[in-house]
Design a protein around this ligand. Sequence first.
Ligand code: WT7
Length: 651
Amino acid sequence: MTDSGIESLLQEDRLFPPSDEFAAQANAQAKVYDEGDDDFVAYWTRQALERITWFKEPTETLDDSNAPFFKWWADGELNIAYNCLDRHLETGGDKVAYHWIGEPGDTRTITYQQLSDDVNRFANGLRSLGVEKGDKVAIYMGMVPELAVAMLACARIGAPHSVIFGGFSAESIIDRVVDQDAKVLITCDGAWRRGSTIPLKDNCDTAMESTPSIEHCIVYERTKQDISMTEGRDVWWHDLVADQSTNCEPEVMGAEDLLYILYTSGTTAKPKGIMHTTGGYITGAVTTHSLVFDIKPETDVYWCAADIGWVTGHTYIVYGPLANHTTSVMYEGTPDYPEKDRLWSIVEEYGVTILYTAPTAIRAFMKWGAEYPKSRDLSSLRLLGSVGEPINPEAWMWYHEHIGSSNCPIVDTWWQTETGSIMISPLPGVTTTKPGSATKAIPGIAAEVVDKAGVPVPLGSGGFLTITKPWPAMLRSIYGDDDRYISTYWSEYEGRYFAGDGAKIDEDGYLWILGRVDDVMNISGHRISTMEVESALVSHPAVAESAVVGAADSLTGQAIVAFVTLRRGFEDSDDLNDELRKHVAIKIGAIARPKSIIFTPDLPKTRSGKIMRRLLRDISENRSLGDITTLANAEIVSAIASQAEALRSED
Ligand code: WT7
C-alpha cells in the first residue's frame, strides 16, 4: 500500500462464475468490453443510434472543448416520452408497463397504451396551466403511478422536473423549489406509510408560504384525507385532466436540453441540484438497463424496489425500463407492512424475474430471518441486483442463498445521482463475481483507483475512485452553480471525475468500493475503511448489521467504535462483545480490532437507507448532535447516545 492511499484488509476468495445456461442467453457478451474500450465515443454513439428513436439523428458526438462541461450528440433531436411510450404503441400498446401494488392492498394494471393516454392528458393539462418548455416543475408525491405520469408529461412538453422525495419535510420543499424557481408543484393529498398517512398536501401548504414562484399546485387524490384547497392556486388532478385529449404533440428537444434536476441531500451543506440532460441520459439508462439487468422485454417481470424520489427510481423504474418496453412491478409501501414477507409475496404473485434492491434492505431481511422468504415461492427469480452502499460479503451470500436459491447472478451496481446510470457492475452471463465486489467498470466507462497525488495505485491497493473519461449520462453541472460543479467533482485530481468514494483494486483488477472517503478512519497512522470492519463484523453469525466509526483517541489518533445490531435469536452480553472484537482481529487483523462495541436495536439511517456515520461519530466523541430531522429513524438516536454515555462512564 502507499501511505497516501487506504489500506485494505478484507480478504474474500469465493468466486461465482456465470452458469453456461445464463451465459448462452445473456444480452451482454464478452466482446462488448472490447467494443467499449476500443473507442468509447464510437461505442456510446452506436448505442445512442441503435437504442434511441431520434427526430433528427445527431452528426456531432462528444464535445469536450469546454471540459468539464461535456456535451454528447448536441445537434441531435428527440423526445424521451416519445421513446418511453409512443414508439411502443403500434405493436406493443397492450403490454403491461406497470403492475402497481398499493400499500393497503389495492392494485392496478397499467398498459403502455393506458400510460400513454394518461401522460398525454396530463401533459395537455400542464400546458393548459401555462407550463411551457423550460419551465420548472417540482413533484412531491408518494409511489403512485401518477408520479411516473407526471415525470413523463414534463418530459413530453420539455418542462424539467424535479422530484422531491415524499419523506422530506416542508423545509426541504422550500429549499428545492426556491433554488430553481419552480412554477408548478405536483403532489398528492397524502401517502400511505405503514397503515397511516403522510400529509403531503399539508406539507406543500406550509412550503408554499415561502415559495413565491409557485403559480399552481396540482393534487392527485390518493388517501382521501382532509386537505385544504386554495382557490385559483390549487387544482385537483382529476379535474385538470377531465376534458383533455389523449393527444399531446411532444416537444422537440435538443440532446443537451435539461430533462431534470435531482437534489442530492447533503447532510450539512445546501443541496446540490444535479442536472441531467436528454440524449446522453436516456442512452445511458437504456443501455445499462438492458446489459446489466439482461432485460428480455417479452418475458421478464422486472422490479426495482426503490423509491422514484431517488435517482435509482428515475433511471431504473421510469426511464430505462419504459424505453426498453419492460413490464415492471411498482410497490407503494414498505417491505415490512403488513408483514415482513411483503416483498416475497409480491414476487410470488407476479412471478418477478429480476429484483433490484439495496444492502440496507437485504440486511433488514437477514435480521428478520430466512423464514419469511422461505414461506414463498421465489423460483421465478433469475437475476438479483444491489445498489446504494457497499454490500458486505455475508449480506451478498445471504441474498444469493435465501433469495436467489443459489442460482441467480447478482449484479452489485455502483453509481451515483451524479453519474445518472450504472458505472461499475458485473455483466451477468459474462463476469465472474466475488461477494462484496462491484467488479469492473462496464463497457464504455473508465474507472481508476488513485493515490492522493492522483497516480493509479498498484493492484492489491486501496485509494480514491476516479472516472477518467466522460460518459453520456453524466451530470452536466450543479443547477445555478458551475463553480461548485468544478470544485466538487473535477478539482481534486487533474482531468478526473472524483466521486468521493474510496476503493481498492485487487490482484485481478476487481474494484471493491470502500464507502465515502469521509468515513475512512486513521488508526495509528493506518487508513482503514469503516466498510471492511463492518463486513468482518457482519460475517459473525450473531450480527445482522453494523456501523463503524473512528472516534478521537489520545493514544491511537482514532479508535474504532462499532455499533452492532444482532440477528433475531441472539442476545448481547460481555462475552459476545469480547468474541466480536476477537472475531474482527482474526478476520482482518489486530489493527482493526474495535476498541468498543455498542449493541443497538437499529442504526441511524438517512431516508435513502444509508447509515449516518457522521452522527455516530458525534455520539462517540460526545458532541452535540445538530439537526437529525433528515433521519428515517430519529427515535433511535437517544437510545444509542445513552448506551455510549454508559460505556464512557465505565471507562
Ligand atoms: C453513493 C451515491 C446510485 C443510486 C443510489 C445512490 C454509494 C452506491 C454502491 C455500490 C458501494 C455504493 C457510494 C456512492 N454506492 N452504489 N454498489 N457499492 N457503494 O445514489 O444517493 O447519489 O449515492 O452511494 O458511496 O458514491 P446516491
